[in-house]
Design a protein around this ligand. Structure first.
Ligand SMILES: [Zn+2]
Length: 74
């Protein structure tokens, strides 16, 4: 959905014009957000990705212990 261009100032002081929900700041490489809602959505998405990543690592570790480490000590 198209949005009217909006000027957002990054924490580093660089001002970007946004027409999309989020944009990488060209100066510091961090995201600047169209509004607080988009920032919250981004945070939830990041947490979700992080959670999935942690779950995958846990599963791989579990399988590794179950299938490789445990038989060695039997
Ligand atoms: Zn910046």
């Amino acid at each position: 959905m198209p949005r009217p261009p909006k000027e957002v100032t990054c924490r580093c002081g660089h001002t970007s014009t946004l027409t999309i929900p989020k944009l990488l700041c060209v100066k510091c490489g961090k995201y600047v957000f169209y509004n607080a809602d988009e920032q919250r959505r981004h945070r939830i998405q990041s947490l979700y990705v992080l959670g999935m990543f942690a779950a995958a690592i846990t599963l791989v570790t579990y399988l590794f212990v179950e299938m490789i480490v445990e038989p060695l000590f039997r």
